[in-house]
Design a binder for this molecule. Structure first.
Ligand SMILES: Cc1cc2nc3c(=O)[nH]c(=O)nc-3n(C[C@H](O)[C@H](O)[C@H](O)COP(=O)(O)OP(=O)(O)OC[C@H]3O[C@@H](n4cnc5c(N)ncnc54)[C@H](O)[C@@H]3O)c2cc1C
Length: 800
């Protein structure tokens, strides 16, 4: 072992080994992996080794597909047998809703390029898995790329392949402490001290402690998990083919063949956390005693699904632990505030996600950003609030117990909530507010009559008409919208303007003005769809999506300049927007200054009644609107004053559902849908805000796009002949049977009375009037490209 490396990877499980392999593969061979015991001696050795391409999150599904394709490559490269059995796999649907969901997902997988799936009747499914009972099964999805591998062999294969490419790894070498130095890290091990530029926490069950070595509190916890392996099952032994990997969603089990018997794993509804502060250092390759009382129900369902296992013995029980983040996705990437400290942990399915995690992390470290949009697994998708132990316990537990439970897009889950509430929360609840959550904050969805409960559904819900009324108020009268759920950063200091001019690709607004500002990465892809406000007193604000607060702050820190201070105002400021043709009349009653001076995209300090507020004239609804930003302590008073002043105008409190419907009618894109870090300004139309005459981060790449052949796909608006459901995202779009694009977001335009979608679509299909089809909840519907902004295309309402 040398005393200096470029990268030290801590942990020789499947994830660490994959990180090591990918770093070496992409050209960094001065890298070492340290393992305190033997390779795979954490969670990895006792995993069930199941691999499936399918995941409810399309981004995770493509990550899994990459990993599965990689497995045979590393087997070949390393010469190490990984025991790959590509049996194909079944996912069973046992309720009409689940069957609908599976059919919808089948189409979404097509959108992301997973084309090796097919939908089966229960009888067809049974032919492929003859030991299965079809009782209660309404249908199934088949995927070719599913099966299982030998877990320890796979970790060995990654490590051996990495070694062949020049990387090193050492077993029986425990990292004991970490110290940040001027240009990297000092890693103290029980075999000596190493200095390096980067450290990677791939410590699996011990990730929490290895985080704390660097002062990092990661939102991760281990949970226990059972599987059993049966003795020989005669039907399995006699079959001419291997049983496929079979996931019974309503039964909470997965099953695969294991020699001449089967392995049945259980997602335990009555879950149990273990070692929330991280596994003990003396924890070896032990297993826990099985806890049959906790899994009795799931076990019964499993034995009913595969009746032939009722007659054979159980050869092995495994009850082991593995780690989860609050949303079940990995925590990957540079940890905010700790230069050179990387996370590659909370990988709950290391054998099907580990390849993708290794690739993402290695690209990020070497090239500055990963190839694909890494947001769903970015460690910066959580803020400090997620360090809280109860938050971690509730959210990881909820994810685990619901691993096979369907979550509807309009369903609100309770774990870790309510956490942060804007001050007027209780009064708004009293007024009928139904709440959603963004990051840590409760955000209003809509206001319903007392006793109303929304039914979870993939289709239009029973809240449809309520949201329609809120949209009408916004378009014809005046609506009041709590905008605490926007992010606000204050930029100040002598170089504030120079810095903003560098990181934002747009022109900067003059004093008292606001401007839409795309922010780009060095590769010319989007990093933000922000609004910059110049208050005219030397301070500037950047406003954007609330849940990106830590993610954007990390970016600002990474691109910092002398003489600039960026402060996240998320704990200091909140506010309300007053929107609609009568909004000015409401504000005029309260403003001490002449509000009519404030033109579209103007901003300034105003006294709104007793509240000193920072007001901007803009609205994402496409209506005339005022965003009134106030200090947290003023929120209750501001709401009361606005409701009183608006009473004569019929002011109505509205929620984010109405805001999203109205923005769709204006073809205004939003982050995580129309705009992501996988897309470019040219694809998304963001290029119209770029100031090509100045220097800015990402300019060379943006110019190359502008002056090249142009993007292959463009953002368009579609009108869909939908019936009882609207598109939501990732649905495939077809032209004469050929897939030509996918939906980025969709919904019902309540005021225009149209089902609308925004989509990325092949250039030759992007002309308004082009007739297409789109799958909405699994059903193919006619659709056509329409001119952007079906409501008020000239923008008269918002300027008026
Ligand atoms: C019962 C069960 C069944 C499962 N089935 C599947 C499945 O079918 N498919 C699937 O994909 N996943 C499955 N999993 C999950 C899978 O096991 C994990 O996702 C995976 O093992 C995580 O790998 P890792 O490398 O992150 O962590 P680990 O395997 O825990 O590796 C971390 C390593 O870091 C080392 N380490 C920690 N601290 C230090 C230190 N300070 N210095 C040096 N070394 C250190 C540890 O010794 C350990 O070897 C299952 C898990 C369980 C418990």
């Amino acid at each position: 072992m040398k005393s200096q490396y470029r990268v030290v990877v801590i942990g020789g499980g499947v994830v660490g080994a994959s990180v090591l392999y990918h770093l070496a593969k992409f050209g960094w061979s001065d890298v070492v992996m340290l393992e305190r015991r033997r390779l795979a001696s954490g969670s990895s050795w006792h995993a069930a080794g199941g691999i499936h391409a399918l995941n409810a999150d399309p981004n995770m599904a493509s990550l899994q597909a990459y990993t599965i394709d990689l497995l045979s490559e590393i087997e070949k490269e390393s010469g190490q047998n990984i025991g790959l059995h590509m049996t194909g796999g079944l996912t069973l649907a046992g309720t009409p809703e689940r069957w609908e969901w599976l059919q919808a997902n089948y189409r979404i997988f097509q959108s992301i390029g997973i084309d090796d799936c097919e939908l089966l009747t229960p009888e067809e499914a049974q032919r492929r898995c003859p030991i299965m009972s079809t009782d209660g099964v309404l249908g199934a999805m088949w995927a070719d790329r599913e099966g299982y591998i030998d877990t320890t062999g796979t970790v060995q294969a990654y490590a051996t392949a990495a070694k062949k490419r020049g990387a090193e790894y050492y077993e029986e070498t425990k990292v004991e402490s970490l110290t940040q130095t001027a240009d990297g890290w000092q890693v103290v091990t029980d075999k000596g001290t190493i200095t390096c530029e980067h450290v990677v926490n791939a410590a699996g069950l011990w990730a929490k402690q290895v985080g704390r070595m660097a002062g990092v509190e990661l939102p991760v916890s281990p949970l226990k998990h059972h599987y059993l392996i049966t003795d020989t099952v005669p039907e399995v032994a006699e079959a001419e083919f291997e049983m496929p990997m079979t996931v019974d969603l309503e039964g909470f089990t997965y099953m695969r063949q294991d020699q001449k018997g089967v392995l049945v794993g259980i997602y335990e509804v009555d879950h149990e956390h273990w070692a929330m502060d991280g596994a003990p250092w003396n924890y070896g390759e032990e297993l826990f005693q099985e806890q049959l009382d906790r899994i009795e129900n799931e076990l019964t369902l499993g034995f009913e699904r595969y009746p032939s296992i009722q007659n054979v013995g159980i050869k092995t029980w495994v009850n082991g632990a593995f780690t989860f983040s609050p949303d079940g996705n990995p925590l990957v990437g540079p940890v905010p505030g700790k230069r050179g400290y990387w996370s590659a942990c909370a990988v709950m399915a290391g054998f099907l996600q580990g390849g993708g995690v290794g690739k993402t992390l290695a690209e990020w470290m070497i090239h500055g950003e990963p190839e694909a949009d890494a947001w769903p697994m970015d460690v910066a998708r959580y803020g400090d609030f997620a360090q809280n132990k109860r938050y971690i316990r509730e959210t990881t537990g909820q994810f685990y117990s619901r691993r096979f439970v369907m979550t509807y897009p309009n369903e609100q889950l309770p774990a870790g909530r309510p956490l942060k509430m804007a001050p007027a929360h209780d009064a708004m609840t009293e007024a009928g507010c139904k709440w959603g959550v963004s990051w840590d904050l409760e955000v209003p969805l809509y206001f319903a009559p007392k006793g109303f409960e929304e039914t979870p559904t993939l289709k239009r819900s029973n809240a449809h008409d309520i949201v329609a009324e809120e949209c009408k108020a916004i378009r014809e009268g005046v609506g009041l919208l709590d905008i605490s759920g926007f992010s606000r950063f204050e930029v100040s200091g002598p170089n504030a303007e120079a810095w903003l001019d560098k990181v934002m690709a747009s022109k900067l607004p003059g004093p008292g003005r606001a401007k839409l500002a795309p922010m780009l990465g060095e590769t010319g892809r989007l990093k933000g769809d922000l609004t910059v406000l110049n208050w005219g007193d030397g301070t500037w604000w950047i406003m954007g999506s609330y849940y990106l607060r830590a993610w954007h702050m990390r970016w600002f820190d990474d691109h910092m300049m002398e003489g600039v201070t960026v402060r996240d105002l998320g704990e200091e400021y909140c506010g309300f927007a007053v929107v609609g043709p009568k909004s000015q009349a409401v504000i005029e009653k309260l403003a001490e200054q002449d509000i009519s001076d404030l033109k579209f995209m103007g901003c300034g300090d105003f006294d709104i009644g007793l509240v000193r507020a920072r007001v901007a004239r803009m609205s994402v609804t496409g209506e005339k609107g005022y965003e009134i930003n106030c200090r947290y302590g003023d929120h209750i008073k501001l709401r009361r004053m606005l409701l009183d002043a608006g009473a004569d105008e019929g002011i109505r409190e509205c929620g984010f559902n109405a805001m999203l419907s109205t923005r769709l009618e204006k073809s205004f894109g939003i982050w995580s849908a129309e705009f992501t870090q996988a897309y470019t300004p040219g694809m998304t139309g963001m290029d119209r805000w770029i100031d090509w005459d100045k220097d800015f981060v990402g300019k060379d790449a943006a110019l190359a796009e502008r002056d090249g052949n142009g993007p292959a796909q463009l953002q368009v608006t579609l009108e869909v002949d939908a019936v009882d459901a609207d598109a939501s995202g990732y649905e495939p779009i077809w032209s004469n049977g050929e897939r030509v694009g996918f939906v980025t977001s969709g919904g019902y335009g309540h005021y225009t009375g149209k089902s609308l979608a925004m989509a990325l679509i092949n250039r030759d299909k992007a002309e308004p009037g082009t007739e297409l089809t789109v799958h909405v909840v699994g059903v193919e519907r006619p659709a056509r490209v329409v001119t952007p902004s079906p409501y008020d295309p000239q923008g008269k309402a918002m300027r008026g």
